[in-house]
Design a binder for this molecule. Structure first.
Ligand code: PLP
Length: 408
């Protein structure tokens, strides 16, 4: 272990000996990129030309009227190429992979958005690409698996453990240990050993830097609160980055699943169910039992059921520089329905947690207050889950007809 990348008592890099030279190389490439204005310029140009940045900040006039409280703005990360904020991190790491001269990338994915973004980046830069995905998530996010494969990636379903994101991360680390010379592990969120939390947050800071300028241009003032959903923490840290030194309340919304009391959730910071521990190469709050065994998590969204959380957010929680709430699956579906019907916007189920958290509080604020909700991704990928929950009869008929065609 080396004493680096700490945020208060969280973070660090708890690595097997064999990975230390690989991490040293990554730290050094990232440190030089971070201090090179030419690199940030190259990154921002790539994001403008390939991913359509800056993403808009949309005034949600109908939702604002509906709640009759704070003015509601939505930061539209769903409009990135591949439909989520994940592209910001992936394209940045892709540039670093080129600098390191490696030829293969691997990644874990939960909702599949990071996997699709990674497969896209690999196709563009000419890297071989393998994506590890828990078998349960493969089932939940089949459309994204299909596109990853069409983009040229190999998708490996992970059948270990609980068959979700944490198991996919373990498998990706196993691969990396045996292929370090050629391969870079494109971790998809602000977790894991140093420098990943800092590096991913640095690439995602593009969200908050843009949002701050956009709200100043539109309203001539800062927002009162900003909301983001929290899986590993990358879109939240990205949005928060624009407002860290400002009198703006930062609110993270975790997966409340079936309700905190039921135990079926993934609320690491907003419940008292998690404890500090060390796993997957870093120290943070994990949902674990008294023996330190990772617990099963639950969320309607495949991207928010990670058992740990960014050490940067764990520190912000302890220092009270950000506030953490949770939203239940049921609240999330209501928020999704309302946003679709009133604004014509389809948030990803992950993002809909941020909407649900904001909707709870918007009516308690006054009309001259402003909030920003980060729409981390678009909801198209969730069609199977949402159609199930809404029990849509025509969708069922469509699936049955398709199934009959395949049997024919
Ligand atoms: C659309 C979307 N939003 C949010 C997340 C959660 O990740 P993070 O907390 O790193 O932003 C995911 C993860 O897969 C996602 O796909």
């Amino acid at each position: 272990m080396k004493h680096r990348g700490y945020y208060g008592g969280f973070g660090g890099a708890f690595l097997p000996e064999i990975l230390i030279p690989t991490f040293d190389e990554l730290v050094s490439v990232f440190e030089s990129a971070k201090t090179d204005p030419g690199f940030r310029n190259q990154y921002e140009t790539l994001m403008a030309q390939y991913s359509g940045r800056p993403t808009p900040l949309t005034f949600a006039a109908n939702l604002t009227r509906h709640f009759d409280g704070a003015k509601i703005y939505i930061k539209r990360e769903d409009l990135n190429h591949t439909g989520a904020h994940k592209a910001n991190n992936v394209m940045g790491q892709g540039l670093l992979v080129k600098k390191m001269g490696k030829t293969r990338v691997i990644a874990e994915t939960g909702a599949g958005q990071h996997g699709v973004a990674c497969a896209t980046m690999a196709a563009k830069f000419g890297f071989d690409c393998t994506i590890y995905m828990g078998e349960k998530d493969v089932m939940r996010q089949r459309p994204n698996v299909f596109w990853m494969e069409q983009l040229g990636a190999t998708v490996v379903p992970v059948t270990d453990g609980t068959k979700i994101l944490k198991d996919a991360i373990n498998q990706a680390f196993r691969d990396w240990v045996t292929n370090m010379d050629t391969t870079h592990y494109v971790l998809g969120t602000a977790c894991g050993p140093h420098p990943f939390p800092e590096m991913v947050a640095w690439f995602q800071s593009i969200i908050g830097i843009e949002a701050k300028q956009q709200i100043l241009d539109l309203e001539g003032r800062l927002p009162d609160r900003v909301y983001a959903c929290v899986g590993g923490g990358s879109n939240a840290l990205g949005l928060f980055a624009g407002f860290l030194d400002d009198p703006v309340e930062l609110v993270g919304v975790e997966a409340g699943g079936k309700g905190i009391d039921t135990g079926f959730h993934a609320a690491r910071l907003s419940s008292t169910d998690a404890g500090a521990g060390i796993a997957q190469g870093y120290k943070t709050y994990f949902l674990q039992d008294d023996d330190g065994q990772m617990k099963e998590t639950h969320s309607i969204s495949a991207g928010l059921d990670y058992v740990g959380v960014s050490p940067i957010l764990a520190h912000m929680h302890e220092t009270k520089t950000a506030r953490f709430e949770s939203a239940t699956d049921a609240e999330v579906v209501d928020a999704l329905k309302l946003t679709m019907r009133s604004e014509g916007i389809i948030p990803a189920l992950e993002s809909a947690h941020a909407f649900a958290g904001a909707f709870r509080e918007a009516p308690t604020l006054s009309r001259d207050q402003i909030i920003i909700i980060n729409q981390s991704g678009r909801g198209d990928k969730d069609i199977f889950t949402v159609a199930d929950v809404l029990n849509d009869p025509e969708w069922k008929t469509f699936i049955q007809t398709k199934a009959a065609q395949y049997h024919a």
